[in-house]
Design a protein around this ligand. Sequence first.
Ligand SMILES: Cc1cc2nc3c(=O)[nH]c(=O)nc-3n(C[C@H](O)[C@H](O)[C@H](O)COP(=O)(O)O)c2cc1C
Length: 340
Amino acid sequence: MSGTTMTQTAQAATQAAQGQAQGGQQLPCYFDANRTFTWHHKTQVAGVEWKNPVGTASGTFNFDAVRPFYDVSQLGAVSTKGVSPVPWEGNPVPRTAETPAGSVNSVGLQNPGVDDYLVNDLPRLKAAGATVITNVAGHSDDDYAEVVSKLADHESDMLEINVSCPNVSADGLSTGTDPVALKRLVKRLRPLTDKPMIVKLTPNVTDIRPIAEACIEGGADALSMINTFVGMRFDIRTGKPILANITGGVSGPCVHPMALAFVYKTRQAFPEIPIIGIGGISTGEDALEFLYAGANAVEVGSAALADPVAPLRIACELDALLDQRPELAQALEEGRTWQS
Ligand SMILES: Cc1cc2nc3c(=O)[nH]c(=O)nc-3n(C[C@H](O)[C@H](O)[C@H](O)COP(=O)(O)O)c2cc1C
């Protein structure tokens, strides 16, 4: 965002805080950098209390972009961009292509590395009062181990291990598609940290249950699902793939029904493991469906790219929907789910 645009958005946020939008209309309640909400329905994920069940999904949240609009401590949690041991430049452009009800991206986990994260993003997020989930990325088991060790003594509330990246320790495949490699990785990371460890699963598998089982046996405290589906698009004028990386990850409303099925199947097989549902959430109703499928909480991704306040709006909508569903709300508060 340019300096001018930031100033304009900050002014707009100030106007909103005063309830004065252009034309005298009041802007929606969540467009207010100073507003503290009264949440009626909290949840728990692996012993960590979230003040509401809605967090941001990794790679779609930027603290500097959203703070003129809302107070990030109002969200259930904030999952950061994937953090790697050294800076990653990401993939060549073009990196995104639209698709009906979603997009395909090959951003490639661009990030400034764990040392930068520890002096910049993490302290600022904690100073703002956020419940922080640090998303961890790696191209080898050693990469993951290095990041997890460096984070162990810092103030992140939870870790989310993204096992969708191609991993040299798993012959270049994503660790998340191979139960043996996955269990080995989770087992190796487990003793390196006391922090609750979420493993974020890829949907690019035939059956999610052996994958979830490998994580649980390796010592994961919670699972989050789903990451993006492998996809691509062609430019019909040139006959070539649109993305420079050829393929990318599909996200957005088009993945919502599949993501629900992943959560539901996992919950049926493993009644106890905390699950964060992710995929195509753009309304409180979408989030509620994940809670009925057996999730303890949700993360909002692509919707926040189009509308930075979407996660907070969705949290407000879900809070109102839970007001009308006391049985579900009580289960979440007690660390249970609708399905267990
Ligand atoms: C631009 C973009 C960047 C992403 N970066 C990451 C990342 O760094 N780590 C990760 O675990 N997931 C990443 N994801 C996946 C999302 O966190 C989420 O799992 C996925 O997009 C599905 O949710 P959605 O349909 O709500 O977007 C990214 C997704 C997008 C669209």
